[in-house]
Design a protein around this ligand. Structure first.
Ligand code: SF4
Length: 328
């Protein structure tokens, strides 16, 4: 299954994406000018605090922004050669599941409690394989269950009969059922305990290698992406403030917000008895467009210019880019 797609073409290309939410109180500028590419089979970590715009970016790729509230106001999203902001809804439904799938944060609410887990995997397969016989698809259900480490003879059980970790495995089986080219994993392990977290991440990476699936791994925790991502983008207040290979972000980070995230990762074996670092303050109010550095109010290196205008992105290498006045 390796080698899907054309190597010269990007699987995903996002350009100048801006997304707003129209709430009853005001307009919220959730994502502002987001641009990035993703190759076939690549894993990209999207890291940042709650409200950084990570999930909104993923929902835009899925075409699942809340109707009448979320709105892409600018930009383009090209997925496997198709401009998905301009395709009809019927085409978008075909792409969901077959080309792109999403694993949501909470397995407890992602599954339908009144359908057996086998039927939930089958449902997705039937939607995308209209000509195939049910018996044939049932075999794929069994294979998917085994692939995620759950015996196929449990397919007639209901979600409440499984533990949290097993439920998330089933959610992954549903997401992978049609062998999508891209998986958006939105905090896939947040609701699980630490040992299960590691198992789920290992499972996802194993499946990724088997199926050459690209993954966008969304998390607030740099520790989670350290072992799994090829590249990392650090997001803050709807913008990417630093991007680079995993090595560049962990060993040569240059943005004060990335430093703060790194300092707040607990380290095993650390001799220091000091309290774990916590970044003070809160992210800025996104009810008004930001015309200065979004991190200015919380940054210990803030200079007058930081509150006057936005820093342009500085390229430190082909892959490592930083938006901070300290680079100028
Ligand atoms: Fe801090 Fe200024 Fe850099 Fe923003 S631009 S992160 S306020 S130093």
């Amino acid at each position: 299954m390796k080698g899907r797609g054309t190597m010269s073409k990007k699987l995903l290309s996002i350009r100048d994406l801006s997304v707003d939410y129209n709430t009853e109180i005001s307009r919220v500028y959730a994502v502002n000018g987001l641009s990035f590419d993703l190759d076939y089979g690549e894993t990209l970590g999207l890291v940042g605090e709650t409200g950084a715009g990570k999930t909104t970016a993923c929902l835009s790729i899925m075409g699942l922004l809340p109707e009448g509230i979320g709105e892409v106001v600018e930009g383009s999203i090209t997925l496997d050669g198709e401009d998905i902001l301009r395709v009809p809804d019927s085409r978008l439904r075909e792409l969901r599941g077959r080309t792109v799938s999403m694993i949501f944060q909470d397995p407890m609410s992602s599954l339908n409690p009144v359908l057996t887990v086998g039927d939930q995997i089958l449902e997705v397969l039937q939607e995308h394989n209209k000509g195939k016989k049910k018996e044939e698809l049932e075999k794929t259900v069994d294979n998917m269950m085994e692939l995620v480490g759950i015996p196929a003879n449990r397919k007639n059980e209901y979600p409440h009969e499984f533990s949290g970790g097993m439920k998330q495995r089933i959610v992954i089986a549903i997401a992978l059922a049609c062998e999508p080219k891209l998986i958006l994993a939105d905090e896939p392990t947040t609701a699980l305990d630490v040992t299960i977290q590691a198992q789920i991440m290992d499972l996802m990476m194993e499946l990724k290698t088997k199926m050459n699936t690209a993954i966008i791994l969304v998390t607030h925790d740099l520790g989670v992406v350290a072992n799994f991502a090829d590249r990392i983008q650090v997001m803050y207040a709807g913008e990417v403030v630093e991007r680079g290979t995993t090595k560049e972000i962990f060993n040569e980070s240059r943005h004060p917000y990335t430093w703060a995230l790194l300092r707040s990762v607990p380290r095993l074996g650390s001799e220091s008895k000091k309290e774990l670092y916590a970044l003070g303050g809160t992210p800025p109010d996104l009810l008004l467009p930001l015309n200065h550095c979004p991190f200015a109010d919380r940054c210990e290196y803030c200079m007058p210019i930081c509150k006057e205008c936005k820093p342009k992105e500085t390229a430190l290498s082909d892959t490592h880019k930083v938006s901070c006045w300290l680079m100028h």
